[in-house]
Design a protein around this ligand. Structure first.
Ligand code: GDP
Length: 296
């Protein structure tokens, strides 16, 4: 499960501390060193790790803790709260409402899993009784429309795109309008990607967003990008109003730390994770299990 490995390392560090006879500064520092190492190994951005370290040290001031207080518990709670803060964007993302037409735009680099995730997201909602539809506004990658259409056909979801039109904004606007007229309640717009963060991509995202006025923009991120996650997520956030994150390929060898960085960069929550290539390999991401004592 996502972040389980990280949770395991942190939990080991805390247990080691619990085994110590006396909790003093050395024990606390050793424990924090272990936690810091685990976070860095998991590719969490070093600035975030430093902040966490400082915050815990500020909260847990052993010299000033009144005698009789359970120091172990206070340290555990501080670590716990700081980890949750890292994963929690502070506010929930916009949630589409069944029966009320919402437009959701997907953005991300090429290869991040955007097109696959659009269909997974549509399929997930269709199973819950929604009437989703897919719009392919990716005119950059040859075959993008065919790929989306193929996935959509498998799931019996209507799909709009064009082999002739080269303007992604026009396709996006036409597709959204058509599906609004057909009373679809979840209109999903797949957009172009690039291999790198390029100005042309961000300008295109800005134009598609301005024209279709999405209720939610979802940033799709490959979990294996590690340390690059923060800058990538931030670059998208600066062009369009990213409101949620989906992390893909969590079934691979990803360490999951990039997800924490993407949350910090976009101030948006992770709402789903991709756990395979198939349409149903898709899970709601809930911070709560991480909040629970499962890992600590
Ligand atoms: P796009 O360029 O961002 O639209 O990316 P695609 O949707 O075409 O996905 C790129 C590759 O990643 C494809 O081979 C997908 O099957 C694969 N992929 C997408 N999501 C996942 C996932 O959650 N797990 C795994 N293992 N592969 C995925």
């Amino acid at each position: 499960m996502v972040l389980a490995q990280l949770g395991g390392s942190i939990s080991r560090a805390l247990h080691q501390m619990t085994n110590a006879t006396v909790i003093d500064d050395k024990v606390l520092n050793d424990c924090l060193k272990e936690i810091t190492r685990a976070l860095l190994r998991a590719d969490v951005q070093s600035n975030l790790v430093d902040d966490m370290h400082t915050n815990i040290k500020n909260i847990v001031n052993l010299q000033h803790l009144a005698a009789g207080l359970n120091k172990r518990k206070i340290i555990q709670q501080a670590v716990f709260d700081e980890l949750c803060k890292m994963l929690d964007a502070g506010k929930p993302s916009f949630t589409p409402k069944k029966g009320k037409s919402s437009v959701v735009m997907f953005v991300g680099l090429q290869g991040s899993g955007k097109t696959t995730t659009c269909t997974k997201y549509a399929y997930y909602h269709q199973k819950k009784g929604w009437k989703p539809a897919l719009v392919c506004a990716d005119t950059f990658r040859a075959g993008a429309f065919d790929q989306l259409k193929q996935n959509a056909t498998k799931a019996n979801i209507p799909c709009y795109g064009s082999y002739m039109e080269s303007d992604p904004v026009k396709i996006a606007v036409d597709g959204v309008e058509r599906f609004k007229n057909e009373n679809c309640d979840l209109i999903i717009v797949d957009t172009s990607g690039r291999h790198k963060q390029e100005a042309a991509l961000f300008e295109e995202m800005r134009r598609v967003s301005e024209a279709t006025k999405p209720d939610l923009v979802i940033f799709v991120m490959d979990s294996s990008i590690g340390q690059a996650a923060f800058d990538q997520a931030q670059a998208f956030k600066q062009s369009v109003a990213v409101g949620a994150v989906i992390v893909t390929k969590m079934d691979g060898h990803a360490k999951g730390g990039g997800a924490l960085s993407a949350v910090a960069a976009t101030k948006s929550p992770v709402i789903f994770i991709g756990t395979g290539e198939h349409m149903d390999e898709f899970e709601v991401f809930d911070v709560k299990p991480f909040h629970s004592s499962e890992y600590l």
